[in-house]
Design a protein around this ligand. Structure first.
Ligand code: ADP
Ligand code: MG
Length: 264
Protein backbone atom coordinates (compact mmCIF):
# COMPACT_ATOMS: atom_id res chain seq x y z
CA UNK A 1 0.00 0.00 0.00
CA UNK A 2 1.22 3.48 -0.81
CA UNK A 3 1.32 5.48 2.41
CA UNK A 4 2.95 8.58 0.98
CA UNK A 5 -0.14 10.69 1.45
CA UNK A 6 -0.64 9.69 5.07
CA UNK A 7 0.91 12.12 7.53
CA UNK A 8 -0.50 10.65 10.76
CA UNK A 9 -1.14 6.96 11.30
CA UNK A 10 -2.21 5.80 14.73
CA UNK A 11 -3.06 2.21 15.59
CA UNK A 12 -4.49 0.83 18.82
CA UNK A 13 -2.92 3.66 20.77
CA UNK A 14 -3.28 3.77 24.54
CA UNK A 15 -2.18 6.26 27.14
CA UNK A 16 -2.49 5.19 30.74
CA UNK A 17 -1.61 7.55 33.58
CA UNK A 18 -0.85 5.97 36.94
CA UNK A 19 -1.52 7.92 40.08
CA UNK A 20 -0.53 5.64 42.95
CA UNK A 21 -2.63 2.52 42.46
CA UNK A 22 -5.17 4.25 40.27
CA UNK A 23 -4.86 3.95 36.52
CA UNK A 24 -6.49 6.47 34.19
CA UNK A 25 -7.13 5.36 30.63
CA UNK A 26 -6.64 8.80 29.08
CA UNK A 27 -6.63 7.29 25.58
CA UNK A 28 -8.07 3.88 24.85
CA UNK A 29 -7.48 2.02 21.58
CA UNK A 30 -7.33 5.03 19.28
CA UNK A 31 -7.14 4.38 15.53
CA UNK A 32 -6.67 7.39 13.34
CA UNK A 33 -5.37 8.15 9.89
CA UNK A 34 -4.88 11.68 8.58
CA UNK A 35 -3.77 12.49 5.07
CA UNK A 36 -1.61 15.39 3.99
CA UNK A 37 -3.67 18.52 3.46
CA UNK A 38 -6.53 17.57 5.80
CA UNK A 39 -8.11 20.06 8.20
CA UNK A 40 -9.29 18.17 11.28
CA UNK A 41 -10.90 19.24 14.53
CA UNK A 42 -11.15 17.29 17.77
CA UNK A 43 -14.16 17.85 20.00
CA UNK A 44 -15.15 16.27 23.29
CA UNK A 45 -16.01 17.07 26.88
CA UNK A 46 -13.41 18.07 29.43
CA UNK A 47 -11.30 15.05 30.39
CA UNK A 48 -12.07 13.13 27.20
CA UNK A 49 -8.39 12.97 26.17
CA UNK A 50 -8.14 15.81 23.65
CA UNK A 51 -4.98 17.36 25.07
CA UNK A 52 -3.39 13.96 25.64
CA UNK A 53 -3.98 13.09 21.99
CA UNK A 54 -2.67 16.47 20.81
CA UNK A 55 0.43 16.08 22.98
CA UNK A 56 1.16 12.67 21.51
CA UNK A 57 0.50 13.79 17.93
CA UNK A 58 2.73 16.81 18.59
CA UNK A 59 5.55 14.64 19.97
CA UNK A 60 5.37 16.28 23.39
CA UNK A 61 4.56 12.89 24.89
CA UNK A 62 4.66 9.21 23.94
CA UNK A 63 1.91 6.57 24.15
CA UNK A 64 1.87 3.76 26.72
CA UNK A 65 1.31 1.30 23.88
CA UNK A 66 0.32 1.25 20.26
CA UNK A 67 1.73 2.68 17.08
CA UNK A 68 2.20 6.25 15.93
CA UNK A 69 3.73 6.94 12.54
CA UNK A 70 4.39 10.61 11.81
CA UNK A 71 5.22 11.16 8.15
CA UNK A 72 5.99 7.40 7.89
CA UNK A 73 8.39 7.49 10.82
CA UNK A 74 7.65 5.48 13.97
CA UNK A 75 7.80 8.00 16.79
CA UNK A 76 5.95 5.94 19.43
CA UNK A 77 9.06 4.83 21.24
CA UNK A 78 11.47 7.69 20.74
CA UNK A 79 13.41 9.18 23.62
CA UNK A 80 13.16 12.84 24.64
CA UNK A 81 15.99 14.22 22.49
CA UNK A 82 14.94 12.56 19.24
CA UNK A 83 11.33 13.43 19.98
CA UNK A 84 12.25 17.09 20.46
CA UNK A 85 14.14 17.13 17.19
CA UNK A 86 11.21 15.68 15.24
CA UNK A 87 8.82 18.01 17.00
CA UNK A 88 10.84 21.06 15.99
CA UNK A 89 11.10 19.89 12.41
CA UNK A 90 7.55 18.67 11.78
CA UNK A 91 5.16 20.45 14.13
CA UNK A 92 4.02 24.04 14.55
CA UNK A 93 2.07 24.74 17.76
CA UNK A 94 -0.59 27.36 18.41
CA UNK A 95 -2.09 27.70 21.90
CA UNK A 96 -5.19 29.24 23.43
CA UNK A 97 -3.11 31.68 25.48
CA UNK A 98 -0.68 32.47 22.62
CA UNK A 99 2.40 31.55 24.73
CA UNK A 100 4.59 34.34 23.37
CA UNK A 101 7.77 35.62 25.02
CA UNK A 102 6.48 38.81 26.63
CA UNK A 103 9.83 40.62 26.78
CA UNK A 104 10.71 39.91 23.12
CA UNK A 105 9.45 41.71 20.05
CA UNK A 106 7.63 40.02 17.17
CA UNK A 107 10.79 39.26 15.20
CA UNK A 108 12.43 37.50 18.14
CA UNK A 109 9.26 35.55 18.93
CA UNK A 110 8.98 34.30 15.37
CA UNK A 111 12.71 33.54 15.29
CA UNK A 112 12.44 31.16 18.26
CA UNK A 113 11.86 27.85 16.39
CA UNK A 114 14.69 28.72 13.99
CA UNK A 115 17.18 29.01 16.84
CA UNK A 116 16.73 25.31 17.61
CA UNK A 117 16.14 24.26 14.03
CA UNK A 118 18.32 21.83 12.18
CA UNK A 119 16.29 22.29 9.00
CA UNK A 120 18.24 23.52 5.99
CA UNK A 121 17.09 27.02 5.14
CA UNK A 122 16.66 28.13 1.53
CA UNK A 123 16.57 31.80 2.52
CA UNK A 124 18.33 33.86 5.15
CA UNK A 125 16.62 33.80 8.52
CA UNK A 126 15.87 37.51 8.21
CA UNK A 127 14.11 37.06 4.86
CA UNK A 128 12.15 34.11 6.14
CA UNK A 129 10.94 35.89 9.28
CA UNK A 130 10.07 39.03 7.32
CA UNK A 131 8.09 37.02 4.79
CA UNK A 132 6.03 35.10 7.34
CA UNK A 133 5.33 38.26 9.38
CA UNK A 134 4.11 40.02 6.22
CA UNK A 135 1.96 37.05 5.21
CA UNK A 136 0.08 37.39 8.50
CA UNK A 137 -0.58 41.08 8.04
CA UNK A 138 1.76 42.19 10.81
CA UNK A 139 3.91 44.58 8.77
CA UNK A 140 4.98 47.67 10.64
CA UNK A 141 4.76 45.87 13.98
CA UNK A 142 8.00 43.91 13.84
CA UNK A 143 9.52 45.74 16.82
CA UNK A 144 6.38 45.65 18.95
CA UNK A 145 6.14 43.47 22.04
CA UNK A 146 3.13 41.20 22.66
CA UNK A 147 1.73 43.61 25.29
CA UNK A 148 1.45 46.26 22.58
CA UNK A 149 -0.73 44.03 20.41
CA UNK A 150 -4.38 43.00 20.41
CA UNK A 151 -5.39 39.38 21.09
CA UNK A 152 -5.91 38.70 17.40
CA UNK A 153 -2.51 40.16 16.54
CA UNK A 154 -0.86 38.07 19.25
CA UNK A 155 -2.43 34.92 17.87
CA UNK A 156 -1.19 35.90 14.40
CA UNK A 157 2.33 36.21 15.80
CA UNK A 158 1.90 32.73 17.30
CA UNK A 159 0.79 31.41 13.90
CA UNK A 160 3.79 33.11 12.26
CA UNK A 161 6.03 31.40 14.81
CA UNK A 162 4.34 28.06 14.10
CA UNK A 163 4.87 28.49 10.35
CA UNK A 164 8.42 29.76 10.17
CA UNK A 165 9.95 26.28 10.21
CA UNK A 166 7.63 25.14 7.43
CA UNK A 167 6.21 22.28 9.53
CA UNK A 168 4.29 19.33 8.11
CA UNK A 169 1.46 19.88 10.60
CA UNK A 170 0.00 22.81 12.51
CA UNK A 171 -1.49 21.78 15.88
CA UNK A 172 -3.72 24.29 17.62
CA UNK A 173 -5.24 23.71 21.07
CA UNK A 174 -8.33 25.98 21.41
CA UNK A 175 -6.78 28.69 19.18
CA UNK A 176 -9.91 30.87 19.32
CA UNK A 177 -10.77 30.17 22.97
CA UNK A 178 -9.50 33.54 24.25
CA UNK A 179 -10.78 35.68 21.37
CA UNK A 180 -14.04 37.49 20.66
CA UNK A 181 -16.09 35.97 17.86
CA UNK A 182 -14.96 38.41 15.15
CA UNK A 183 -11.28 37.91 15.95
CA UNK A 184 -11.81 34.14 16.26
CA UNK A 185 -13.34 34.18 12.81
CA UNK A 186 -10.29 36.07 11.48
CA UNK A 187 -8.02 33.40 12.92
CA UNK A 188 -10.16 30.66 11.32
CA UNK A 189 -9.88 32.53 7.99
CA UNK A 190 -6.09 32.32 8.30
CA UNK A 191 -6.21 28.58 9.05
CA UNK A 192 -8.58 28.00 6.12
CA UNK A 193 -6.27 29.93 3.82
CA UNK A 194 -3.24 27.94 5.02
CA UNK A 195 -5.17 24.70 4.52
CA UNK A 196 -6.21 25.73 0.99
CA UNK A 197 -2.51 26.12 0.28
CA UNK A 198 -1.95 22.52 1.35
CA UNK A 199 -1.07 22.80 5.02
CA UNK A 200 -2.27 19.97 7.29
CA UNK A 201 -4.04 21.44 10.32
CA UNK A 202 -5.35 19.90 13.53
CA UNK A 203 -7.34 21.92 16.06
CA UNK A 204 -8.96 21.19 19.40
CA UNK A 205 -12.10 23.19 20.08
CA UNK A 206 -15.07 23.28 22.42
CA UNK A 207 -17.24 25.10 19.90
CA UNK A 208 -19.14 23.22 17.23
CA UNK A 209 -19.35 26.44 15.20
CA UNK A 210 -15.57 26.57 15.03
CA UNK A 211 -15.26 22.84 14.30
CA UNK A 212 -17.63 23.28 11.36
CA UNK A 213 -14.97 25.46 9.69
CA UNK A 214 -12.80 22.34 9.36
CA UNK A 215 -13.31 19.42 6.97
CA UNK A 216 -13.51 16.60 9.48
CA UNK A 217 -14.62 16.43 13.10
CA UNK A 218 -13.45 13.69 15.45
CA UNK A 219 -15.49 13.28 18.63
CA UNK A 220 -13.69 11.94 21.70
CA UNK A 221 -15.26 10.62 24.88
CA UNK A 222 -13.58 8.75 27.75
CA UNK A 223 -10.41 8.44 25.68
CA UNK A 224 -12.16 6.85 22.71
CA UNK A 225 -13.23 8.07 19.30
CA UNK A 226 -17.02 7.82 19.52
CA UNK A 227 -17.91 9.49 16.24
CA UNK A 228 -16.48 11.06 13.14
CA UNK A 229 -18.00 13.46 10.69
CA UNK A 230 -16.91 14.72 7.27
CA UNK A 231 -17.93 18.31 6.64
CA UNK A 232 -18.75 18.64 2.96
CA UNK A 233 -19.40 22.37 3.05
CA UNK A 234 -17.28 23.89 5.81
CA UNK A 235 -18.35 27.33 7.02
CA UNK A 236 -16.27 29.93 5.21
CA UNK A 237 -14.73 32.32 7.73
CA UNK A 238 -14.33 35.02 5.09
CA UNK A 239 -18.01 34.78 4.28
CA UNK A 240 -19.00 35.03 7.96
CA UNK A 241 -16.69 38.04 8.38
CA UNK A 242 -18.37 39.87 5.51
CA UNK A 243 -21.72 39.69 7.32
CA UNK A 244 -20.39 40.24 10.82
CA UNK A 245 -19.89 43.77 12.04
CA UNK A 246 -16.56 44.27 13.71
CA UNK A 247 -16.91 44.46 17.47
CA UNK A 248 -14.92 47.70 17.79
CA UNK A 249 -16.86 49.25 14.91
CA UNK A 250 -20.12 48.14 16.58
CA UNK A 251 -19.11 49.84 19.83
CA UNK A 252 -18.18 53.03 17.92
CA UNK A 253 -21.55 52.96 16.16
CA UNK A 254 -23.39 52.41 19.44
CA UNK A 255 -21.50 55.31 21.03
CA UNK A 256 -22.28 57.56 18.05
CA UNK A 257 -25.93 56.62 18.31
CA UNK A 258 -26.01 57.41 22.02
CA UNK A 259 -24.42 60.78 21.37
CA UNK A 260 -26.96 61.43 18.59
CA UNK A 261 -29.78 60.49 20.92
CA UNK A 262 -28.44 62.83 23.60
CA UNK A 263 -28.21 65.64 21.06
CA UNK A 264 -31.76 65.16 19.86
P1 ADP B 1 -9.12 16.98 27.76
O1 ADP B 1 -8.01 17.73 27.11
O2 ADP B 1 -10.10 16.42 26.79
O3 ADP B 1 -9.81 17.80 28.80
P2 ADP B 1 -6.99 15.38 28.93
O4 ADP B 1 -6.29 14.77 27.78
O5 ADP B 1 -6.35 16.56 29.55
O6 ADP B 1 -8.50 15.71 28.52
O7 ADP B 1 -7.19 14.28 30.06
C1 ADP B 1 -7.72 12.97 29.83
C2 ADP B 1 -7.75 12.20 31.14
O8 ADP B 1 -6.42 11.93 31.57
C3 ADP B 1 -8.43 12.93 32.27
O9 ADP B 1 -9.09 12.00 33.07
C4 ADP B 1 -7.27 13.55 33.04
O10 ADP B 1 -7.60 13.72 34.38
C5 ADP B 1 -6.18 12.50 32.85
N1 ADP B 1 -4.83 13.09 32.84
C6 ADP B 1 -4.35 14.00 31.93
N2 ADP B 1 -3.08 14.30 32.17
C7 ADP B 1 -2.73 13.59 33.26
C8 ADP B 1 -1.51 13.46 34.03
N3 ADP B 1 -0.40 14.11 33.69
N4 ADP B 1 -1.52 12.60 35.09
C9 ADP B 1 -2.64 11.92 35.41
N5 ADP B 1 -3.79 11.99 34.76
C10 ADP B 1 -3.85 12.80 33.70
MG1 MG C 1 -7.42 19.80 27.35
Amino acid sequence: MNNNNVIIKINNLKKIYSIGNIKVNALNRIDLEVKKGEFVSIMGPSGSGKSTLMNIIGCLDTPTSGLYLLDNQDVSKLRDNSLAEIRNKKIGFVFQTFNLLSKSNIIDNVDLPLIYSKNKLTKTKKELIHEVILSLGLEGRQRHKPSELSGGQRQRVAIARALVNNPAIILADEPTGNLDSHTGEEIMAIFQDLNEHGRTIFIVTHELDIAKHTKRIIYLKDGMVINEERINNPISANKVLKDMPHLEKRIEELEENTIDEKNN
